[in-house]
Design a protein around this ligand. Structure first.
Ligand SMILES: Cc1cc2nc3c(=O)[nH]c(=O)nc-3n(C[C@H](O)[C@H](O)[C@H](O)COP(=O)(O)O)c2cc1C
Length: 160
């Protein structure tokens, strides 16, 4: 299967979009992620897959803690911003520190999950990261931002 077909097929799997943030010594870092998943209930573990080329991941790993910000349907611009070549991704972005790690909880997100780094496994051109949930909470009362077929989407009404 060629690269284009592979991406096209996998794009049929719809996901939400999160921004993984961390409080590093020089300042906050964060990147957009759609490879986020719940992993374990007991202990509470979540996971995501940063690329080996990620510039933010090494500093998140060094800090050893991060916060997962679940984006609302009206936060597409934020998803683009934290995936792009912006000098300061946090410029003009409102946030407060999460209760345990102090990583940014971004204004307007629908949920946040504060984590201590649990494990890092090689996974091809990505790494599989798990985090142990230390705190979590809800934010804006809004629908999630959806990503499918390489595009941002909104939820359709419930089917039943
Ligand atoms: C919707 C969306 C989902 C993404 N998911 C991932 C992902 O799961 N893993 C990843 O490494 N990059 C993902 N990216 C790309 C990164 O956000 C992008 O490469 C970013 O520039 C990485 O920042 P960094 O180099 O500061 O780590 C995604 C981008 C978008 C827009």
């Amino acid at each position: 299967m060629n690269r284009h077909t592979y991406r096209h097929v996998l794009g049929h799997f719809a996901t939400g979009v999160v921004i993984v943030t961390a409080a590093t010594a020089p300042g906050p870092v964060g990147l957009s992620i759609n490879s986020f998943t719940a992993v374990s209930l007991e202990p509470p573990l979540v996971g995501f897959f940063p690329a080996v080329t990620s510039r933010s991941w090494p500093s998140i790993e060094q800090v050893g803690a991060f916060c997962v910000n679940v984006l609302a349907v009206d936060q597409e611009a934020l998803a683009r911003r934290f995936a792009g070549a912006v000098a300061d991704r946090f410029a003009g972005v409102g946030w407060r520190p999460s209760p345990v790690s102090g990583a940014p909880v971004l204004d307007g997100v629908i949920a946040w999950i504060d984590c201590m780094l649990e494990s890092v496994h090689p996974a091809g051109d990505h790494v599989f990261v798990t985090g142990r949930v230390s705190a979590s909470g809800l934010g804006a009362d809004n629908d999630p931002l959806v990503f499918a077929h390489g595009r941002y989407r909104r939820l359709a009404p419930p089917t039943g």
